[in-house]
Structure formats: C-alpha cells, structure tokens
Design a protein around this ligand. Sequence first.
Ligand code: UD1
Length: 427
Amino acid sequence: MDRILIRGGKPLSGRLPISGAKNAALTLMPCALLTDEPVTLRNLPRLADVDSFGHLLNQLGASTQIEGSRPEDFGRVMTIRAGKVTATLAPYDIVRKMRASILVLGPLLARAGEATVSLPGGCAIGNRPIDLHLKALEALGAELETASGYVTARVPDGGLPGGTFSFPIVSVGATENAIMAAVLANGTCILENAAREPEIVDLCNLLVDMGANIEGMGTDKLVIHGKQRLHGATYSVMPDRIEAGSYACAAAITGGELELAGASANDMHAIIAALRETGVHVEETRSGIKVAADGKLKPLTLSTAPFPAFPTDMQAQFMAMLCLADGASVLTETIFENRYMHVPELARMGADIRVDGRTAIVRGVEKLTGAEVMATDLRASMSLILAGLAAEGETKVNRVYHLDRGYERLEEKLSAVGADIERDSDG
Ligand code: UD1
C-alpha cells in the first residue's frame, strides 16, 4: 500500500495551482442524469472519488468520456451522456465506499421516476444518516419504501407534484438531492433552511445553464419551478476552497509563502478570517490568494458550522497548524460527532491536545517530531501531512488512499513549492 514520506522543516514558497472542487464535482456529475443531452464538465479534479462516481454513472447507463487532457495537466474535461437511464440502483458496495453516491437519488427519481439506493451505514467521521434526503424527497411528493438495507423512492402517477420542506438541520447532501429532484417536478418546490455552501451555488448555476428555474440561489430559501425537460450544458467546476485552505495552512505551519493560483477568496471568508487571526498574512491577488507567514502563530477559538461559518472540512488542518501556536486554542466541532480521529496521531508527533466531547483544547508546543502515522479519513490525513511538513525528522503517512480521494497529486504540488515529500509505493 502506498504511503507518503515527508522530511519536515522546509518553508514552502512559490505558486501552487488549486484544482476543481471535489465536493462540487460530486454533485455536478449526477446532474448529467437529468437530461438526454451531453453535459461537459471542465476543470474536473483527477481524484479517486471522481473516477468512482464516473463508474457509478456508467452502471446507470451513462457514458463518460475524458477529452484531450495531457497527463501533466491538472484537471480534466469529461463529457457525460445519459441518452437513456438503464438502471436505477446505487448498490451497497459503491455507497459504502463513497457516501456521495447517494447523490444519484434525486436525479434518478426525477428522470426515471424511480431510484433505489443502499442505506449508507456508518462512516469514519460519524453516524451520517440519510433521513433528511428521504424526508425532503417525500415532502416534494416522492413515495418511499425501505427493505433489506435499501430505500426505493418513486414518483407518483402524474409526476412529482412539488411541495415545501424545511430542513430541521442544515444538510449539504440532502439539499443537493432535493434540488436535483425538484428541477424536473411538475409543480413548485420550496426548500427552507437549505444549505448554501458555494458548492450548492455551483450546482444551481449548472442546473440553470441546463434550463432549470431556481430562485434564491446562495440563500437558505430556494424556490424551484419544475421544468418538463432540461438540456445539455458545458460547465467549469469551481475551485476547491478546502484544498486552497489546506495549502494555506501548509504555508502557515512552515512559515512560508504560497500563491494559491485559481483559489477564490469569495468562497473562503471564514477560512481567511481565521488565518488572519493567527497572524498569517492573506492577500487576494489577480490570479488567486497569497498567503505568507512569519514567526509564531497566534492561538484561536474556533467553532465549525454550516456556510458561511468555518467549515468542518478545515477543522483537522487548522488543528495541526495550531499545535505549533503560541498558546492554547479551543476548537469545537458542531457538525460531525466523531471528527477528532487525527488527535491521537498528532499526539504521537508531540502535539498537546485534550478532547472533551465536541471540544478540543490544543496547547501549542515548541516543536513536532516526525513519526509513522495513519488516518481514517480524508481531512484527518491532510492534518498529518501538514504536521509532517513542519515536524523535525521524517514522517510516514499511511493509508494514502484517503488523500487520493480528495487531493489531486498532493506530493507533486507540494514538492514543486519546496517540500521534501515523496510517495513510497512499496510501503
Ligand atoms: C458534505 C460534504 C462533506 C462536508 C459536509 C459538511 C460532499 C460530498 N461532502 O457532506 O465534505 O464535511 O457536507 O459540510 O459534499 N445529517 C443527518 N441526516 C441526513 C443528512 C445529514 O442527520 O440525512 C447530518 C449529518 O450526520 C451531519 C450534518 O447533518 O451531522 C451535516 O451533514 P451534511 O451537510 O449532510 O454532510 P454531507 O452532505 O454528507
């Protein structure tokens, strides 16, 4: 199994390109199921999750074609054609490995009148049920049936009538599924307390390009007037704000200076505000964001919450960075109940962190030291990479497949800006 080897202590410097957003890609791809015309996605990141999603679309009858990209390019162009939907099932095997595969539920229901997805079961960062996905679709008029670990949603005779759903808690995925079902409804669908992450705005922008009628984009109340049919489109995936935030932390923890080319500061207000509070200099440039750090970082009090607040997907990376701050930081995780699994691994590198329920107290230490570590999820793995970049000596990060799910060619991007990092394929 691959692992990443890092010899830490080198300040990073230079220009680092930011890829298309994983979480946007995974909700834009299933939109292709909503039309019999081709949907072309540009700036699609080269990631294991994107490949897996492509395979799932193939199983449902869609073809996926990668167009003329050279191996050295970041990102790809993919054209998805779902002339006919030939299957309406997302099996356990796929859903278990990639939770985002439940995002075919809404579009399959809307296009084929029926969709069956496996209930996802547990996940490394928490329980992660799909009850809100199902309740939202039910409120829009879908009929649900659960049996043997699978749930089937059906459109009643005469089509999805539409309706109103108010989310009891904010859910990114459930909002996405509801939007994708609503665009082909017979009537009007109103979604209240909807998630408004930039990836959801990206989803709405593609759907509008495909002919959908959506009011309230970027707010927590969406009014969607269903259309009889949607058409094809060509669309460019938004830049990955979490990848950009992660590399901003890499500049900060190594006392370096990086230009994050293609990053969008507009989608990153809370991340940038938190970086500035630690004393890191962040500046918007014509081509992205410039991040520079010098000297000790200041400690922070930070709580994760839905957009526009600080994202849970940046909590682990900030924690790694704050391990070296000048004082004690307090982090509170409000989205997922089990998202501190990087803590014992960071502790093995010399970090001083105490977890009490949803809160973690991170006391800054003088230095971290390299160690062999492993993580159980994507962002936790990145926190270990960050710690390794700043640590004295060598760090070996195992279970690299987590990183490959969400960071396009991480070791290549980091070594180009001065990190001593390599992939060991025989590890
Ligand atoms: C998405 C992101 C993930 C990010 C998360 C929160 C993708 C592919 N993944 O995940 O990277 O960490 O948003 O920003 O875009 N919940 C329920 N019932 C449901 C659905 C969710 O109780 O039916 C709960 C979850 O357990 C969690 C909270 O709602 O506590 C938020 O989860 P949600 O926003 O749905 O996360 P995902 O869409 O799975």
